[in-house]
Every structure is written in structure tokens, then in C-alpha cells.
Write a protein that binds this ligand. Structure first.
Ligand code: AGP
Length: 616
């Protein structure tokens, strides 16, 4: 997610804006920029790829920027690589309007086409730039004020956005709008602030105003005005910020991992946004023709750790929908096993960072063998997507905690998108079937949020079990990769031994491990899942319980048959069978973080681990 700052007041705007962007650096970004309105007329816009220090250097080279009105931005690239030309702010043809943006404008391509045919010239590859030109059109025609122009523009946009704009001929004013993307107003004494989160301005004021959906706000040094898109005056929700800066960066949570777990509904919704266009599933970037995808007769998914677990889930979906065989391989094993690859093989590389050495080398091996490569990645411009033939970007925003949570759910989501795209292009699914499956996916963020709202008993159980020596995790079908992921989370955060198994494997060895009182987590499928699955897992659950296990059961709410076998029952909403991991994983993430916290460990930075493993 990008960082956004706006300011109007008596201080030098450049100082307040740069300091605010620095407070938002923790969010992660790949470029930064500012636009400051000069009281003597005109506007100065500076922007640079890379760290804020690059922008600082550029600002230091020029004359000091005067002015008490300004905006700033740190960008986490979605549309368009992280380069100077794609850095925000973006301006219109005349350079009179500057705008910064967080979010995704789904209909930007059609808007850009319309604007270009009307003679507008674009200078970037971003979706954001269309807003600058649309504001130019709205202001130009009737010399409309900036807030009215913003309202008119927002009515034309589809997607999620926080927009903040200034105009060189409208000094003393910053205008912003939000839809499904964060924006707060900071209310100072003779000065006003705008930001993506309060960390940017709590050094100046702790009085804030949260804005609602489709609201436009104009800030001036003496106050602010909130309107709806029809221009009617309305109110934001004032609140007092009592967090310290460290807590503000974590959104009030104790650690980034919890903040990122809570961000999962938005991350999944953002990853889905814009991928169903005129009834067709579209990828983010592709040099593959539809015919290339039609010829795919084998899929390999290569990844490491949590990303590997997302690939195991993708296997179930892709094979069920397309009948194309899928192998899922640990990236560090892939090229050494001399896999059988050819032009009709699609190698799918899943990587949050896009820089994992094992996965990158697997991609290079696949390309040497002439296979097609598609990457699922969270980092625009990273090495793995750059070396791929096609890309599906997860849109989690930066993931600060080493233990991957929101990126796992969005990797799983991207795996479903890929399965639907392949099924559609290979004629295995009709348009209406794809639309139904996509609509069911779009309902998942709400079910994830519903699951998140019932996690207090999970944290209490974690504190109770924090002293355990080992915990086993069992699951079948898509519940098996979830069991593996739950075990990995617990291992990497609490340093406790944990192991995930296919529930059906119990009798082939692991059941010998069951000791009296041993905690065993069992992921039980929805009773409506593929008939026998539910019964089979219940019998596995009975087997471990009969041998003294303390059973922690993740099951669909209302599944009464499981209740008598569960020492601790964690209920999740009912979902389509294949989509269950998007809710059943959540309690295991929360559990692992709470065990580590109870043990007094650094939840965000577990020992011996790095966020991106760039060595083999
Ligand atoms: C997950 O919690 C771990 N941090 C780790 O397994 C991670 O998923 C793995 O290293 C792959 O990283 P990548 O997605 O950046 O390639």
C-alpha cells in the first residue's frame, strides 16, 4: 500500500510532507515524490524511484521549495514498474494539477483511451495519471473548484482509491477523496493534514477525522469540509489518537503480523479487483498468447515455504477445473530432479518477494528447457516477474513481518485466478461458470473478516498451550496444505516443534506420536465437501482422540457431528470446498502469533529468519 501525506498550514509544506513520508516508510515502497504549491504562483513537483533519500538528494540539489501547501507519496508499484516516470505525483498536460493515489483504478485503460483520443498526452504507465487529466478536463471546462472537480472525477472511476490533489492556481487548498482505501484528516491549530494513516501526522496533532466511503474532503488552514459525491455537506468521524508512534505504524496492533492478518480481507479483495473484464479472467502482464495457454498440457508450481503451500492449494483448483496435471515442487529441489519440461509446460513461480534465489533459479531452469513461465508475485519489478512470460500480482501491499500471512492468502487467491483463466481459455469452463466462481471468490473477503472477528478464544487457547513441546496438524484435500502452513507458522514463530500431515497418513506412522494430552489441530472440511471427506476426517479425529490427544478442531460453523470430538472447537464460515483455506488458515495464523507472543519472542522478526532468502 502506498503512503500519502497532504498539508495546509503555516509551516513549510516540504518539511511536513517529507517528515510525514518518512513516518510511513515502514509500509514499504519503491519510489517517492512531492508537489508543493508556490504562494508566488506555480507548483514544484519532484519525484524519484528508490528510497526517500534519493528524493532528499534531488531536493537538496535544487533551490529550497517555498510554500505552505503540499502533497507527498511513497509508492508500492501495482500498475507500472517502480521508475522515476511512474513515481507520484502525476500531473495533467498543463502541469497545473498534481495528484497522488493509493489503490487500483480498474477502468483506467478505457479512461486513458478516451483522454488520449481527446488529445491528452500521458507521461507514465500508471493508472493514477488518468485522474490528473480528468481533473484538468473538469476544471478546464467551467473553472470548477478543485473539490467539485474531484467529485465529478470520482463518479467516473471504478475500483479502490485514495486520491489527494493540489492545483497551482488554487493556493491554500488540498482536496482528497476515498473509496475502499484508507484516508484520515489530521486537525491541527491553524493547520490541517491528510494521510493514509495517522503515523504521518501524530507528531503535530492527535485529533483526527476518519472519512467514509465515497467522501471528498477539502482541507484549508482554518478547517476542512467533507462532502459526498453529489456535493452535499456531510461529516467524517472525529477521533482522538492515543497511540504512540510505534503503535501507530502497526495500526494500533502489538506487532506488524497482527496488522497484516487483519489486512487480509482488503488484500484478497485488492488481488481480485479488475481481473474479470467483459466476462474474461485477465492476467496482469503477459507475453503469452491465448493459444500458448490453450496448448498447456502440464503445470509445475515451484516455490518455497509458505508460497509452496499456496501452490499445493492451487493444484487442487487447477486440476479440478482444467483436468491439466499439476505438480508442485519445492523450488530448491526442482532443477536437480531434472524435471520433464517442454514448450507446453507452464511453470508457475510463486514468490512474495520475487527475489528468492531458489525460486529464481527454478525459473531460469524452466526457461532453459523452453517451458512457459508465469509468476505470482507481490513485488512489482522484482527479478522473478521480470524473467517471466506472464505475471499475476498479489496486491497485499508490503508485508513487514517475516512470517507471511496476507501474502499467503493472496497467493492462494491468485492461484484460483490462474485456474479460472486456464479453464476459460482451454474451454473447460463457460463464461457463466467462471463468473459464478469469481463471484464466490469476491464473497471471500467478507467471510475472512467474519472469521477474524471471532479470534479471541484462539488467542486464549494459544496462551494455554504456549508451553507445549509439540503440536501436530492434520488435514485432508485442501485442508492438508492448510495443516502444513499452520505447522510452519508455529515452528517459525514460537520455535516449538510442529508438523503437518495428511490426515489419512496417521495410520502409516504418525499416530505412534500421539501421547496423552498432546495437542493435535485438525482441519475438518465442510460437511458439504466432496461427500466422504468429512466422514474420513472425523474418523481420523476420533482415532487421535481415542489415544489421548487434546483436539483443536477447525470446522464449519454448525457442524454438530464434530462437536463431541473437539476439546476446542474453532468455527469458520461455510465456503465452497476449494476456497476453504481462505478462512481455515486464519485461526492458525492467529494461534501461532499468540503462542510466540506468550513465549515472549519477537513475533515480527523470528530468530534465524529473513524476509527474503536471496541466497541458495
Ligand atoms: C513464510 O512465513 C516464510 N517467511 C517463508 O517460508 C517464505 O514464504 C519463503 O521464504 C518464500 O518467500 P517468497 O514468497 O518471498 O519467495
Amino acid at each position: 500500500m502506498c503512503g500519502i501525506v497532504g498539508y495546509v498550514g503555516s509551516q513549510d509544506a516540504i518539511d511536513v510532507v517529507i517528515e510525514g513520508l518518512r513516518r510511513l516508510e515502514y509500509r514499504g515502497y519503491d519510489s517517492a515524490g512531492v508537489a508543493i504549491v508556490d504562494p508566488a504562483g506555480g507548483m514544484r513537483t519532484e519525484r524519484r524511484a528508490g528510497a526517500l533519500s534519493n528524493l532528499d538528494k534531488q531536493l537538496a540539489e535544487g533551490s529550497r521549495i517555498a510554500g505552505n501547501v503540499g502533497i507527498g507519496h511513497t509508492r508500492w508499484a501495482t500498475h507500472g514498474a517502480p521508475t522515476d516516470r511512474n513515481a507520484h505525483p502525476h500531473v495533467d498536460c498543463s502541469g497545473a494539477v498534481a495528484v497522488v493515489h493509493n489503490g487500483i483504478i480498474e477502468n483506467f485503460a478505457a479512461l486513458r483511451e478516451r483522454l488520449e483520443s481527446a488529445g491528452h498526452e500521458f507521461a507514465s504507465d500508471t493508472d493514477t495519471e488518468v485522474v490528473a487529466h480528468l481533473l484538468e478536463v473538469e476544471i478546464g471546462s467551467t473553472d470548477t473548484d478543485l473539490a467539485a472537480a474531484m467529485r465529478a472525477v470520482c463518479s467516473q472511476l471504478v475500483g479502490a482509491f485514495t486520491l489527494v490533489a493540489v492545483h497551482r492556481d488554487r493556493p491554500g487548498v488540498v482536496v482528497a477523496a476515498r473509496r475502499s482505501s484508507p484516508l484520515v484528516v489530521g486537525v491541527g491549530d491553524g493547520e490541517m493534514f491528510l494521510a493514509s494513516d495517522v503515523a504521518a501526522f501524530i507528531a503535530h496533532t492527535r485529533e483526527a477525522v476518519a472519512l467514509g466511503q465515497d467522501q471528498v474532503v477539502e482541507i484549508r488552514s482554518d478547517g476542512y469540509t467533507v462532502t459526498d459525491l453529489q456535493g452535499g455537506t456531510t461529516d467524517g468521524q472525529p477521533f482522538h489518537v492515543d497511540w504512540n508512534l510505534a503503535a501507530a505504524e502497526k495500526g494500533g496492533h502489538d506487532f506488524f503480523m497482527q496488522k497484516e492478518i487483519e489486512e487480509q480481507p482488503t488484500a484478497v479483495a485488492d488481488t481480485l479487483r479488475g481481473h474479470l473484464v467483459d466476462g474474461r479472467i485477465v492476467l496482469d502482464e503477459t507475453r503469452l498468447a491465448e493459444q500458448d495457454l490453450r496448448e498447456i498440457d502440464k503445470v509445475f508450481v515451484v516455490a518455497c515455504g509458505t508460497a509452496f503451500h499456496s501452490g499445493l492449494i492451487a493444484k487442487y483448483a487447477i486440476e479440478h477445473w482444467t483436468r491439466v496435471p499439476v505438480e508442485v515442487e519445492i523450488a530448491s529441489e526442482f532443477r536437480y530432479r531434472d524435471p520433464v519440461l517442454d514448450r507446453d509446460t507452464l511453470v508457475v513461480a510463486v514468490s512474495q518477494s520475487g527475489e528468492t534465489a531458489d525460486t529464481l533459479e527454478a525459473v531460469r531452469h524452466a526457461r532453459e528447457q523452453r517451458a512457459r513461465v508465469l509468476s505470482i508475485c507481490n513485488t512489482n519489478g522484482a527479478q522473478i516477474p521480470r524473467e517471466s512470460d506472464a505475471v499475476l500480482y498479489t496486491r497485499s501491499g508490503p508485508e513487514v513481518a517475516v512470517a507471511s500471512t496476507k501474502c499467503f492468502l493472496t497467493q492462494v487467491t491468485a492461484g484460483y485466478l490462474l485456474g479460472l483463466a486456464l479453464a476459460q481459455v482451454q474451454g473447460k469452463k463457460y463464461e457463466d461458470e467462471v463468473a459464478a466462481d469469481f463471484a464466490a471468490l469476491e464473497a471471500m473477503p467478507r467471510l475472512i473478516a467474519q472469521t477474524l472477528s471471532t479470534m479471541d478464544p484462539v488467542r486464549a487457547l494459544a496462551r494455554e498451550l504456549a508451553g507445549s513441546e509439540t503440536i501436530l496438524f492434520l488435514g485432508r484435500h485442501v485442508g492438508y496444505p492448510v495443516a502444513l502452513e499452520g505447522a510452519l507458522k508455529l515452528k517459525e514463530l514460537s520455535y516449538m516443534h510442529a508438523e503437518g500431515f495428511p490426515a489419512g497418513e496417521l495410520k502409516h506412522g504418525p499416530i505412534a506420536l500421539i501421547d496423552d494430552g498432546m495437542p493435535v489441530v485438525v482441519v475438518v472440511p465442510d460437511p458439504g465437501a466432496r461427500g466422504v471427506l468429512h466422514d474420513k476426517v472425523l474418523s481420523n479425529l476420533a482415532e487421535v482422540r481415542a489415544r489421548g490427544a487434546r483436539t483443536i478442531v477447525i470446522a464449519t460453523a454448525g457442524d454438530e457431528r464434530v462437536r463431541r470430538l473437539a476439546d476446542h472447537l474453532i468455527e469458520v464460515p461455510s465456503t465452497p470446498t476449494l476456497y476453504a483455506p481462505l478462512v481455515t488458515t486464519v485461526p492458525l495464523q492467529v494461534f501461532a502469533a499468540a503462542v510466540a507472543d506468550a513465549r515472549g519472542y519477537d513475533v515480527d522478526k523470528p530468530r534465524n529468519l529473513a524476509k527474503s532468502v536471496t541466497v541458495e
